[in-house]
Design a protein around this ligand. Structure first.
Ligand code: PHE
Length: 447
C-alpha cells in the first residue's frame, strides 16, 4: 500500500473540497435548472434540501472516509466488514465514472468556447447562428471528442502529482481566482440596463412553482453540486486531518457552493433579462444564450474570455475530485503506483467520454432507451442514481456502522459538535432517508 496521503493546511482542505463542489454544477447546471423551474422558487428549495438533506450526508461521508482512511469502496468494506455493504462503494464509483464521462464533454465545450472567445468569434452572433454552430460542432463529433480528451489529460496531469503536491496545490490557486472572476462578472452583469429584472427572477419566489418534481430536481442538483452520495467526499474525507472539525469544514464547503450558485445566477440572469431573452433554454443556456449576449454587450470580448476561463477553472477542480475517486480506488485496492492508476483511468475515460460525445452525433447508434448517452448520463446520474446511492450511503452511516465509532469520528473524539450531534443523528437516521424515498416515490408516480 502506498504511503498515506493527506491535505496539508485548513485553507488547502477547504480549497480542495470547495474545488470539488463548485463546478459546472453551479455555473452550467444550476442556472438552467433554476431557469426552467421557476428561478427564485427553485433557489429556495435548493437551499433547504442542500442544508437539511445533503449536508448531513456530506458530514457522514467525511467521517467514513477519515475513519476508513481509504477510497469509498475500501473505507466502506473496512468499516462495515461486510461484503454486501461495501458494494455500495462500487455503485458510487460507477456513478462517478458516469458523471465524469459527460462532465468532460461539457468542460471540453467550455474550452472550445474559450478559444472562440479569444478569436473574437462571438461578435454580433445571433442565437440562431450560435445554435447552428453548436449543432454543427456536436454533429461533427471530432471537436467534442478532442476537447474532452484534452480536458481529461489536463485533469490527469494534476491528479498524478498526488494529493498535496497536485490536488491541494492547484486548487489553492484556482479556486480564489475563479471566485474573483465570478464576482467581477456578476457586478458587471447586474449593472447592465434592466439587469435588476434578472436579480428579481433569482430572488423573488413564486411559491406556486414548487411541486414534487421541482423538489426532486433540486435534490438531485444538490447531491450533484455538493459532490455527495457517490463517495467523492469519502475519498477526500480520507485526506482530512484527524484534528479537523468536520461540521465546520462542511459548513464552509456548502456555503461556498451555495454562494457560487447564487453568483452564477447573478451573472447569467441579469444578462439574459437585459437582452430580453427567455431563461428557460435548458442545457444550452451558457453555450447559446450567453455568447449571443457577449457578442452584443460592451466589453463583451473580454467578458467572454473571462467567463469561459472561469468555467474551465471551476470544471477542472471538480473533475480532479471525480478522477481521484477512480484513481484512489485503483491505487489502493490493487496496490498500483499512482501513475499506473492514473493511466488506467485515462484509458477508461478515453472510451467512455468519446462514446458520450459521439452519441450526440445525429443518427448515432450509441443510444439507450431512445436517449443518447449524454442526456441519459446527465439526467439519470443525478435524478436517479445519485439519490439511490445517497440513500444507501445514509443507511450505512446511520444504521449499519458501529454507533460509538461513528459518533467518535463525527465529533472528532468528542471535541467538536457534541451538542449538535443528537440533532444531527436524528436528521441522518430519519429525515434524510425518508425524504429521499418520498421524493423518489413521487417521481415514479409522475412517470
Ligand atoms: N460538484 C461538482 C459540480 O458542481 C460535480 C461533481 C459531481 C464533482 C460528483 C464530484 C462528484 O460541478
Amino acid at each position: 500500500m502506498s504511503k498515506k496521503e493527506s491535505f496539508g493546511s485548513r485553507f488547502g482542505t477547504i480549497a480542495a473540497l470547495g474545488g470539488s463542489v463548485v463546478g459546472l454544477g453551479n455555473i452550467w447546471r444550476f442556472p438552467y435548472l433554476a431557469g426552467e423551474n421557476g428561478g427564485a422558487a427553485f433557489l429556495l428549495v435548493y437551499f433547504f434540501v442542500s442544508f437539511l438533506i445533503v449536508v448531513p450526508l456530506m458530514i457522514a461521508e467525511f467521517g467514513i472516509g477519515r475513519r476508513g482512511g481509504h477510497n469509498v469502496f475500501g473505507s466502506l468494506s473496512r468499516l462495515t466488514g461486510s461484503k454486501y455493504w461495501s458494494k455500495v462503494g462500487y455503485f458510487g464509483i460507477l456513478v462517478c465514472f458516469f458523471i465524469i464521462s459527460f462532465y468532460s464533454v461539457v468542460a471540453g465545450w467550455a474550452l472550445d468556447f474559450l478559444c472562440e472567445a479569444v478569436m473574437g468569434s462571438f461578435k454580433g452572433v445571433t442565437a440562431e447562428v450560435m445554435r447552428q454552430r453548436m449543432d454543427g460542432f456536436i454533429a461533427d463529433g471530432s471537436g467534442s471528442v478532442a476537447w474532452a480528451l484534452l480536458f481529461i489529460l489536463a485533469t490527469a496531469a494534476i491528479v498524478v502529482l498526488g494529493v498535496k503536491k497536485g490536488i491541494e496545490r492547484y486548487t489553492k490557486i484556482m479556486m480564489p481566482m475563479m471566485v474573483l472572476l465570478l464576482i467581477g462578472l456578476s457586478v458587471y452583469s447586474i449593472l447592465l440596463p434592466n439587469g435588476a429584472e434578472g436579480v428579481r427572477f433569482l430572488f423573488k419566489p413564486d411559491f406556486g412553482k414548487i411541486n414534487g418534481h421541482v423538489i426532486l430536481v433540486a435534490l438531485g442538483q444538490a447531491f450533484f453540486s455538493l459532490s455527495v452520495g457517490m463517495g467523492t467526499m469519502v475519498t477526500y474525507g480520507a485526506y482530512i486531518k484527524k484534528s479537523e472539525n468536520l461540521f465546520k469544514v462542511a459548513t464552509a464547503v456548502s456555503l461556498s457552493d451555495f454562494s457560487v450558485a447564487v453568483l452564477s445566477g447573478l451573472v447569467i440572469f441579469p444578462a439574459v433579462f437585459s437582452f430580453g431573452i427567455n431563461p428557460t433554454s435548458g442545457p444550452d443556456l451558457i453555450f447559446i444564450t450567453l455568447p449571443q449576449i457577449f457578442g452584443q454587450m460592451q466589453g463583451g470580448y473580454v467578458i467572454s474570455i473571462v467567463f469561459f476561463f472561469m468555467v474551465f477553472l471551476a470544471a477542472i477542480t471538480s473533475s480532479i475530485s471525480i478522477f481521484e475517486v477512480l484513481a484512489a480506488f485503483l491505487l489502493q485496492e490493487f496496490n498500483l503506483k499512482r501513475r499506473t492508476a492514473v493511466i488506467w483511468v485515462i484509458l477508461a475515460l478515453i472510451v467512455s467520454s468519446s462514446a458520450t460525445a459521439l452519441s450526440m452525433v445525429p443518427g448515432s447508434s450509441l443510444k439507450l432507451f431512445g436517449y443518447n448517452l449524454f442526456d441519459l448520463l446527465n439526467d439519470a446520474s443525478s435524478i436517479w442514481m445519485l439519490p439511490l446511492s445517497a440513500f444507501l450511503m445514509t443507511v450505512i452511516a446511520a444504521w449499519v456502522l458501529d454507533k460509538k465509532l461513528f459518533r467518535e469520528e463525527i465529533t472528532t473524539h468528542g471535541k467538536y459538535g457534541v451538542r449538535l450531534y443528537p440533532y444531527y443523528l436524528f436528521m441522518l437516521k430519519y429525515i434524510v432517508p425518508v425524504t429521499i424515498v418520498l421524493l423518489f416515490l413521487n417521481q415514479i408516480r409522475i412517470i
